[in-house]
Ligand binder design. Structure first.
Ligand SMILES: NC(=O)C1=CN([C@@H]2O[C@H](COP(=O)(O)OP(=O)(O)OC[C@H]3O[C@@H](n4cnc5c(N)ncnc54)[C@H](O)[C@@H]3O)[C@@H](O)[C@H]2O)C=CC1
Ligand SMILES: O=C(CO)COP(=O)(O)O
Length: 334
């Protein structure tokens, strides 16, 4: 398959390396696109992505470009791996190229201001152009690029498309399951980033393993409550893109969202943290959108509310945690 990977950050580069690896059973011809010509020049001269993904040589067969038209020309699939904030612009760019390319996006979050999930952005920008879907699940970029075993889910409203693309991308090391529950898959991927900030805050404050397990479990309850309202299926929240990705990013120190939480607990100001991180931490914007949605839909999401107050209202982490702990007792399953 000819695959255009659109977005040369950590995740796009890892997927390009994995999908373009010569030792794969099914070989793909992969082109990696960056929007920045200066970044392209670095990728070409160093044959590695020093800016976003240092330490991983790019396969010789990987083609590189900063021209979107060139990337999608003749592609069987465009894998859009820019942050949620860039999804709309990238879809519009493909449409402007006049090419009919099936797309799969790998971003996880709600779009800022509109509180829409990626598939809703695609409905607005790409409806009727070509089949599309989402790739999500517990997958740190570094481990995928190292060829360590990883399982993901590819979801599309077009069942045949999700099965076919999952089968074509699937290998023993990158196991891809198919699904039609797009809203469920995307809600899990988006909200877990908020909960992993909470887990980082809790660990940074030295609250221990019990507190982290409680946050993961109650966080899953928040994901499930919101996801069901948005049309997702219960089974999806218990699967790879729900509980799976939540556990990974709440416990794994490779998570940028978790790292934001750890640094907030250390009292660092958010702008400094984001500058130092140098990568997208989708939970920061998504927290605000999820809180807005939860209020509109009358869903209780106290962890999200606490994270949002720390991130955006300047509430000290200690006070937000106190408020969370001092909530009235209630039934676990209500
Ligand atoms: N890094 C990881 O392990 C994983 C990340 N993801 C998701 O993938 C998405 C991208 O994450 P990363 O690659 O890690 O971020 P990153 O911060 O490493 O890189 C983002 C890349 O997107 C580019 N970009 C930003 N806005 C753009 C726009 N409007 N048009 C074109 N390019 C644009 C940046 O220049 C940069 O190259 C996020 O939604 C993230 O949640 C999903 C799974 C794993
Ligand atoms: O989504 C991810 C792994 O599945 C990556 O999480 P972070 O964005 O927190 O690093």
């Amino acid at each position: 398959m000819r695959i255009a990977v659109l977005g040369a950050g950590a995740w796009g580069t890892a997927l390009a390396i994995s999908l373009g690896a010569n030792n794969r059973a099914s070989s793909h011809q992969v082109t990696l696109w960056t929007r920045d010509p200066a970044h392209l020049a670095e990728l070409v001269s160093e044959r590695s992505n020093q800016r976003y993904f240092p330490g991983f040589p790019l396969p010789d067969s990987l083609r590189l470009t900063s021209v979107l038209d060139v990337a999608v020309e003749g592609a069987d699939l465009a894998l859009i791996v820019v942050p949620v904030a860039g999804l709309r612009e990238t879809l519009r760019g493909i449409v402007a190229c006049g090419k009919v390319v099936p797309v799969v996006w790998g971003c996880k979050g709600f779009e800022a201001q509109s509180a829409t999930l990626p598939h809703q952005v695609a409905q607005e920008e790409y409806d009727g152009v070509a089949p599309c879907g989402v790739l999500s699940g517990p997958s740190f970029a570094q481990e995928v690029a190292q060829g360590l075993p990883t399982a993901l889910t590819l979801a599309s409203h077009d069942e045949e498309f999700s099965r076919s693309i999952a089968a074509q991308l699937h290998t023993a090391r990158l196991r891809i399951y198919s699904s039609t529950d797009v809203a469920g898959v995307e809600t899990g991927g988006a909200v877990k980033n908020v909960i992993s900030i909470a887990a980082g805050i809790s660990d940074g404050m030295g609250f221990g393993h019990n507190a982290r397990a409680a946050l993961i479990t109650r966080g899953l309850a928040e994901i499930t409550r919101l996801g069901l309202k948005l049309g997702g299926c219960l089974e999806t929240f218990m699967g790879l893109t729900g509980a799976g990705d939540l556990i990974l990013t709440c416990t794994g120190d490779l998570s940028r969202n978790r790292r934001v939480g750890l640094l907030l607990a250390a009292g660092r100001p958010l702008p400094d943290i984001l500058r130092e991180l140098g990568h997208t931490a989708e939970g920061v914007h998504t927290a605000r959108e999820v809180l807005r949605l939860s209020r509109a839909l009358k869903i209780e999401m106290p962890i999200t509310q606490a994270v949002c107050s720390i991130l955006h209202d300047g509430v000290p982490a200690r006070l937000a945690v106190e408020a969370l702990l001092n909530r009235e007792p209630k039934a676990e399953t209500s």
